[in-house]
Design a protein. Structure first.
Lengths: 303, 252
């Protein structure tokens, strides 16, 4: 008697597993994963730090980053590779080649989009323009108005990339150049208010373009504790809406993990930055599902 | 469930999954350290190689010879390496400044913290200059009134650090208090203005050298400190700077 009960229960369990399996397989097509990889403030650090380096021995290096990225892309072809600016300046490679090698290597690593940091003006706006033919990726900046400069039409406010049917909108933000970069370097580049530019971008990307994912590539800096008025990634995250991820730079901030911030609507978003010099690679995975019940419970964030 | 039902069921699922909106339900974020446990991509490595070799060849070409090892920690109020740097800024920048403005640099002030490496005895290369000065700070000439020069001297007397100076001299008494100061052997006239060469980091408030903020004018030389050093090394054969009397404390 007891034995029969046991068999019945086992049979029932198998059926459940079978159903579960069927459920999974039929929903497997209904779940998608987008991987966002990112760097910032690499500052011409093409070679790894040497073994005698006092702070970061044997860390970094483009050839190692390339292997890592290649492996991640193999696991998930729906991967984007982004950079938040200050590609230039920091090693003699920049002094000798003016950024040519940096752009060529980023193209070989298949970077998709980058924004412009203050140091990317270090050879003047002409110096940046001169290297553009070596970059097979796009530059975005929503708050630098380049219309009266040589860079006009070469930098778009945003770019939309569709991966596996998921529409991803990426816009860029740059830091105020006055006081940080010589006027004769940035010439007639006009700095626009980052918050206002963000409002315009999220309106376009969310309402008009109906993007599933909105990413801000920012070179504003993570946070300015001693200057609460100054716009930063954390401040921007809190005061705007519809951004899912802010990838930051400029302040060379090493975070243990991405920061979860509540936006102006009380919705969570991520702010991340991975220090500098190509020591780390940021990896953010976005999972999409058609299961409405799951989504109704909000987005879970694991950091 | 018969076959018809099953077909209907499957069709429904297929139909739904085409039409359904994808919604973000989970985000996972982390960072991955680029460590030496990762394999080197050989294609990338091979691409970098000729660039690296060219840079290294240039960086390692010998510019001068250092008679000894010089460190910023050797010396109390002035150091051989600091004196060399401040003097190099004067010798290399003054002709540039004079050709553009018709005026002379009166004295130079840099910061002790701005000396980022030692000079080792033996060959000096461009790499040495990159090590001493990895930052891209440039020479600026600031016109300071006598009152600000006074503040500058008070700052140095108080700091009691071997901030590199050239053509300025300061003497402290036994107790470490200010005794006298001069410019290249002449007394300072606190009623006139002076052209002080420094770097753009200090001009912008670095090391709290706030006296630079109150100035009559700023002249940007567009000349990197590192290039000053490289140009200076190229001109000399043997580098043998010394600790001297430009900033001292009298001792009985």
């Amino acid at each position: 008697m007891k034995r029969r009960e046991f068999i019945q229960q086992t049979a029932a369990a198998s059926t459940l597993i079978g159903l579960g399996g069927m459920g999974l397989s039929s929903f497997a097509t209904a779940s998608k994963k987008i991987t966002i990889l990112h760097t910032n403030d690499v500052h011409s650090h093409i070679d790894a730090f040497g073994p005698d380096n006092g702070r970061n021995p044997n860390q970094g290096g483009v050839a190692r980053r390339a292997s890592l990225i290649e492996g991640i892309r193999k696991k998930n072809p729906n991967t984007l590779l982004l950079d938040a600016g200050d590609i230039f300046q920091g090693t003699p490679y920049f002094n000798y080649y003016g950024g040519e090698l940096e752009f060529k290597l980023m193209s070989m690593l298949k970077y998709d989009v980058a924004t412009i940091g203050n140091h990317d003006f270090d050879n003047g706006i002409e110096g940046l323009y001169a290297q553009l033919p070596h970059a097979k990726f796009d530059f975005v900046s929503a708050n630098y108005d380049f219309s009266n400069t040589i860079m006009d039409t070469h930098v778009k406010p945003y770019r939309i990339i569709i991966k596996d049917g998921i529409k991803i909108g990426i816009f860029g933000l740059g830091i105020e150049l006055d006081g940080l970069v010589g006027k004769k370097m940035y010439k007639e580049t006009v700095y626009l208010d980052p918050t206002e530019s963000t409002q315009e971008m999220t309106r376009i990307l969310k309402n008009d373009e109906q993007c599933d994912l909105i990413i801000c590539l920012s070179h504003l800096g993570y946070n300015y504790r001693n200057d609460s008025e100054k716009i930063s990634d954390l401040k921007l995250a809190e005061t705007t809406k519809d951004i899912d991820l802010i990838i930051g730079g400029h302040t060379h901030t090493f975070l243990k993990k991405p920061t979860v911030v509540k936006n102006s609507e009380g919705k969570n978003l991520l702010v991340n930055q991975v220090g500098c010099y190509g020591i780390n690679l940021g990896k953010i995975d976005f999972y999409f599902d058609t299961d409405k019940n799951k989504s109704a419970n909000g987005t879970s964030i694991i950091v | 469930m018969n076959y018809k039902h099953l077909i209907l069921f499957v069709t429904l699922i297929a139909f739904c999954s085409c039409k359904q909106d994808y919604r973000l339900n989970k985000i996972e974020g982390k960072q991955i350290n680029i460590s030496d446990s990762l394999a080197i991509n050989q294609d990338i490595e091979a691409f970098i190689k000729p660039y690296r070799e060219n840079v290294n060849k240039n960086l390692d070409s010998i510019l001068a010879y250092a008679a000894d090892t010089y460190s910023k920690s050797d010396g109390e109020y002035n150091t051989a390496i600091g004196n060399m740097m401040a003097d190099a800024v004067y010798y290399e920048s003054n002709p540039v400044f004079k050709s553009r403005t018709g005026e002379d640099i009166d004295f130079v002030l840099l910061n002790h913290g701005g000396i980022r490496a030692i000079i080792s005895k033996g060959n000096i290369t461009s790499r040495t200059a990159y090590e001493i000065m990895p930052f891209d700070n440039s020479v600026v000439v600031v016109k300071l009134k006598g009152a600000q020069v006074q503040e500058l001297i008070e700052y140095l007397v108080k700091a009691k650090r071997a901030h590199p100076i050239s053509r300025l001299n300061i003497v402290l008494d036994n107790d470490g208090n200010f005794k006298s100061a001069g410019l290249n052997g002449s007394p300072i006239d606190f009623n006139t203005t002076y052209n002080v060469a420094t770097n753009d980091y200090l001009y912008s408030g670095g090391d709290h050298m706030d006296f630079f903020k109150t100035n009559d004018s700023l002249y940007m030389l567009d000349y990197k400190i590192r290039n000053v050093l490289i140009d200076y090394f190229k001109k000399i054969d043997t580098l043998n700077p010394a600790i001297d009397n430009r900033f001292i404390q009298l001792k009985n």
